[in-house]
Design a protein around this ligand. Structure first.
Ligand code: GAL
Length: 363
């Protein structure tokens, strides 16, 4: 993974120390070889309500520590204003760098101006921060690919490429204030649109525009309510064959609406996608209910972010693999992207092989 510098960092203790100014003007303790042993990194995560973000937070802290840093980890509990004040606090505490997964992509302009004034570099973690020049790097997964994978699963399961259909599908998207929502949706629609055009896929509710299908804060109960409404209004004499869902929490909300409507007992369940390989959803896949999820090993994402911080604070050029495609409205943010993986009942055991979960956690 991304711990190639752990050994270097641990050598730092033996090296002689000198006080120098860091790349960003902050003063920090460095060894004569330039190895930082005293930096503190502020880590602002969006929510504790989903397993993945707990893993992200834990892993980032572990990797930062492994590289010789201290970490201050905060969770914004899905409240954009609370996140802004948490970041303000971290700036006041004079952290050397910030790793931020934004709750509202556009709400950080003011606070990031404060970070820039204090010469604190900022890494946009998983979600691209929009509308500010004060974001230095972006680290995430290929999010359009996530959407493509979800759509590909639906296409395969329904046999659309063999000309089957017409099938009824309903579309769900993520939070409107999260920039990833658009990537997931665009990726999925790039694959699904030809089958909507050929009428092999039909959306009985007619709700196909992104603005009509978002789910504020990725909230499962919000999705459940929308699905129940759709079933009551548009499916009195029809059956849902597939639901595009961008995230496991939403998928479970959709499933719960379907079950309340009588699906799953005799009439079978539609194909339902998801993302994050959350334990509850993997168990649901094993039980033959949710049919797919997209696994993103966030331990790798955390490692990449920790390595970026280390590079920035040691005046090295961080590793990036995309400089062109992630424009945040003000600038192209240099990005490092990892690859997601689609999982269903045939290959979910990769989670156990990777040590992401133990077999017991999925029982
Ligand atoms: C997105 C993220 C997804 C999922 C979702 C809800 O930004 O990329 O993996 O976690 O938030 O938390």
């Amino acid at each position: 993974m991304f711990n190639r510098r752990t050994a270097l960092a641990s050598l730092a203790g033996a090296a002689s120390l000198a006080l120098t100014a860091s790349a960003c003007g902050q003063s920090s303790v460095r060894s004569s070889e330039g190895t930082s042993v005293g930096g503190t990194v502020g880590v602002a995560m969006p929510t504790r309500s989903s397993d993945r973000w707990l893993t992200d937070g834990r892993s980032i802290v572990k990797d930062l520590k492994g590289n010789g840093y201290k970490a201050k980890l905060v969770y914004g509990d899905d409240n954009p204003k609370a996140q802004v004040s948490q970041i303000e606090n971290l700036i006041k505490q004079r952290v050397d760098a910030l790793i931020i997964a934004a709750i509202d992509a556009k709400s950080l302009n003011g606070v990031l101006q404060e970070a820039a004034a204090a010469h604190i570099p900022v890494i946009s973690y998983d979600r691209l921060i929009l509308g500010t020049k004060n974001v230095d790097y972006y680290v995430s997964f290929d999010n359009e690919m996530v959407g493509r994978m979800q759509a590909s699963h639906i296409i395969k399961k329904l046999g659309l490429e063999d000309g089957k259909g017409p099938f009824n599908i309903e579309l769900f998207a993520g939070s409107p204030d999260d920039n990833n929502t658009k990537y997931f949706f665009d990726g999925a629609m790039a694959r699904l649109q030809p089958f909507l055009d050929s009428k092999q896929l039909v959306v009985p509710s007619g709700q196909t525009k992104l603005s009509r299908i978002t789910t504020l804060r990725w909230d499962g109960p919000t999705a459940e309510k929308r699905m129940s409404g759709i079933l009551a209004t548009w499916y009195r004499s029809k059956k849902v064959d597939a639901v595009l869902s961008p995230y496991d929490g939403i998928s479970r909300g959709v499933l719960s609406a379907l079950k309340s409507d009588g699906y799953g007992s005799g009439s079978g369940l539609p194909v339902i996608t998801g993302q994050d390989a959350e334990p509850a959803s993997v168990k649901s896949i094993i039980a033959g209910q949710q049919s797919e999820t997209v696994y993103k090993d966030v331990r790798e994402l955390a490692g990449a972010a920790a390595e970026m911080v280390d590079d920035i604070l040691k005046d090295r050029r961080p590793r990036v693999n995309n400089r062109r495609d992630y424009n945040n409205g003000v600038k192209n943010v240099p990005a490092y992207l990892l690859q997601p993986q689609s999982l269903d009942e045939t290959n979910y055991d990769v989670l156990i092989r990777d040590g992401y979960y133990t077999a017991d956690q999925l029982k």
